[in-house]
Write a protein that binds this ligand. Structure first.
Ligand code: HEC
Length: 162
């Protein structure tokens, strides 16, 4: 009988251990889906902000206030961009939903953070020029935002999804 008294807590411990290792695996799968959805939404917001700025510069749509607000959305999003890319959420780790986050992000993490800071700086420059209503300088700043800000990070770190 004595051996049973010893075995019961051990069994309980084993069962608890099993429950504990199982639970994080499930919630982690849910978490990575949410993380991918949220960062793709952030990128979509960047895309529509770029359209707003381009619409003003190329089509005369809206005002410099709209441009400043759109650039502000990008600058703010850029500041938290790396937080949307925790380790273990690359395109090799997460299958559903499909993600275009290349594993090289985590191999060259410092560069990825630097690219986020470049985006923030370029967006802030556009925001300030828009607030100063400096239409003459806005065009070049917008191009720099697209090329150095969005383009250079995508070139290295993003796989375009169909
Ligand atoms: C620091 C790197 C980085 C910067 C800067 C960056 N992106 Fe991205 N972008 C990514 C990565 C990585 C993905 C793939 C994300 C995924 O699928 O999980 C992506 C995906 C996208 C997508 C596709 C989203 C989807 O629904 O699949 C769009 C659109 C996009 N980016 C627009 C932009 C625009 C516009 C800018 C500049 C204003 C920008 N990005 C700046 C890294 C970046």
């Amino acid at each position: 009988m004595k051996s049973w008294h010893v075995a019961a807590p051990v069994m309980a411990g084993l069962l608890l251990g099993a429950a504990l290792t199982f639970a994080p695996a499930v919630s982690q799968a849910e978490d990575s889906a949410t993380i991918v959805h949220e960062r793709q939404q952030l990128m979509k917001d960047f895309g529509s902000a770029m359209k707003t700025i381009g619409g003003y510069l190329q089509g005369g749509i809206g005002t410099t206030d709209d441009v400043a607000a759109a650039a502000g959305v990008i600058a703010e999003g850029a500041a938290s961009l790396p937080d949307h890319f925790p380790a273990g959420t690359s395109m090799d780790d997460v299958m559903d939903p499909k993600t275009g986050a290349k594993p090289v992000i985590w191999e060259q993490w410092d560069q990825f953070v630097t690219d986020s800071q470049t985006l923030e700086a370029r967006a802030t420059a556009v925001q300030e020029l828009a607030m100063a209503m400096d239409d003459a300088a806005l065009g070049d700043a917008f191009q720099a935002l697209g090329n150095d800000g969005c383009g250079s990070c995508h070139k290295t770190f993003r796989e375009k999804l169909e």
